[in-house]
Write a protein that binds this ligand. Sequence first.
Ligand code: 8DG
Ligand code: MG
Ligand code: MG
Length: 149
Amino acid sequence: NNGGEAARPKVAVVVFLLNGNKVLLGRRRSSVGRNTFGLPGGHLEFGESFEECAAREVKEETGLDLDIHKIEYLTATNNVHSSPHPLHIVTILMRAIQADPHQNPQNLEPEKCEGWDWYDWDNLPRPLFGPLETMAQNGFNPFPPAPHN
Ligand code: 8DG
Ligand code: MG
Ligand code: MG
């Protein structure tokens, strides 16, 4: 399914994993967005909820366990990529926190990622993956509003 007559959009679920004022990012080795910094996440599997997919992909890619009661839907994007091959992907963006904030991310899919690290939202690494750069430029912020006193 590479964009021919019968191609259909795909669904991805990606995760803003928050730790204090930091977010987890890794430099991509996948062909789409190679060398850019992206979020953990991947394709929705048949029968999965967004939350299940978020927890599964984060576990597969980083070894980190999410607090399943604190995985939240934030927004969705609809992106058509033409290179390196045609790809139409609807991406569901979730927010999550770790079950154990002291767990360290592991690079469990090194063929797809150079490694995971925490970055300040106000000092993001560049280049960001295109759809994420667009969101950042549009003023999107994945952090919950500060509680007022
Ligand atoms: P899978 O085989 O594990 O299911 O997929 P993956 O290899 O982990 O897929 P991915 O490229 O990491 O993510 C799937 C798609 O999600 C990707 O092709 C484009 C879309 N996507 C966005 N924004 C982001 C982002 O910030 N990070 C990631 N990883 N994917 C994103 O639209
Ligand atoms: Mg992935
Ligand atoms: Mg994956």
